[in-house]
Write a protein that binds this ligand. Structure first.
Ligand SMILES: [Mg+2]
Length: 334
């Protein structure tokens, strides 16, 4: 059986919750990525973070033992700069609202960063930086209000920090949206631009997007037309996966990045349900039932298949009780 690393020619990897959590590597991530690379899979790291430069991200990855060069990192700042350059052409001025990662990405595309709406920008490119002030947002508002095209690196509303939840780029975009009544083009996940850049960078014909979030990584893969692998080492719980709407359902499921080295989890549909490994799931009287034994992630995948095939999401009380007994002890619900 061919592993996912053999089935796809490139992995587009989300970082936080997939490769690392804060300063620590996710368990099994480093050795799994090394082995996937040895199996011939090209690796690119696609991040909505527009503040850190690819060099900084690559250094962080190498400190964790993950094989990564600067050019293996694709940021939403680079995707936004690409969109801006396509719209305005080289040599054009871009009003940059953001930090060093965005400034260097814009320069790399041959655009000239400016800081004022009165400098004649061809576009506004907005990303997160902790130093952004009302004056910066006001400059964006002036330009956007005059009809200058507006491109945002990403629309993540919140930015988790050690002290709690802080406003992310989506929240800062919201300030300019509220003032102007206009909305930007977004480059980062779940928009397709960033993932397309990842595929271009790796020369991939058949890439696999790997992430921990349904609303950015998996939905982004749907938007880009790529298959996706959800790993349960980050933001998504297995309960949320079961309830996922169609546009946020992954192609593959794994506990963690060891899933790259295993064959795709095969699910079979039957007239009355779905089976995966030693497990069978069915919907009877609009209630999801799960029975069997073996790999608990097979149980979850069979349950997802049966629930998602039903005309409407079934009741889950009994299935949740079974899955809770098997899936939780493996650390899936983190
Ligand atoms: Mg993530």
């Amino acid at each position: 059986m061919t592993s996912l690393a053999g089935l796809y020619d490139a992995a587009l990897l989300d970082l936080d919750g997939v490769v690392y959590v804060g300063p620590r590597a996710v368990e099994h991530a480093t050795e799994s990525l090394v082995r996937a690379g040895e199996a011939g899979m090209r690796l690119a790291y696609v991040t909505n973070n527009s503040f850190r430069t690819p060099r900084t991200v690559a250094e962080h990855l190498r400190e964790l033992g993950v094989p990564a060069a600067e050019e293996d990192v694709v940021t939403s700042a680079q995707a936004a700069a690409r969109l801006a350059a396509e719209r305005c052409g080289p040599g054009a001025r871009a009003l940059v609202i953001g930090g060093e990662g965005l400034l260097s990405a814009v320069r790399a595309r041959g655009l000239v960063p400016v800081r004022s709406a009165d400098d004649g920008p061809c576009c506004v490119v907005q990303g997160f930086a902790p130093s952004l002030s009302w004056r910066d947002l006001a400059e964006a508002g002036y330009a956007v209000g005059r009809g200058v095209p507006w491109i945002a690196t990403n629309a993540d509303r919140d930015a988790p920090t050690a002290r709690g939840t802080a406003p992310g780029n989506g929240a800062l975009i919201g300030v300019v949206e509220a003032a102007t009544g206009l909305v930007p083009t977004v480059a980062g996940k779940p928009s397709a631009a960033l993932l397309h850049d990842g595929a271009t960078r790796t020369g991939a014909r058949h890439p696999l997007m790997i992430g921990d979030r349904l609303d950015t990584d998996v939905q982004g893969a749907h938007c880009a037309g790529y298959d996706s692998l959800l790993v349960l080492t980050g933001a998504t719980t297995w309960q949320e996966l079961l309830m996922a709407p169609a546009h946020r359902r992954p192609t593959h499921l794994a506990a963690d990045l060891r899933g790259l080295l295993a064959p795709a989890r095969a699910v079979a549909r039957h007239p009355d349900g779905s089976s995966c490994g030693g497990w069978r799931a069915s919907v009877r009287d609009r209630e999801l039932l799960v029975e069997g034994d073996g790999d608990p992630y097979d149980a979850l995948w069979a349950a997802c298949s049966a629930a998602w095939a039903a005309p409407e999401l079934p009741g889950m009380t009994k299935a949740l009780a079974v899955l809770d007994r098997y899936v939780r002890p493996l650390g899936a619900d983190v």
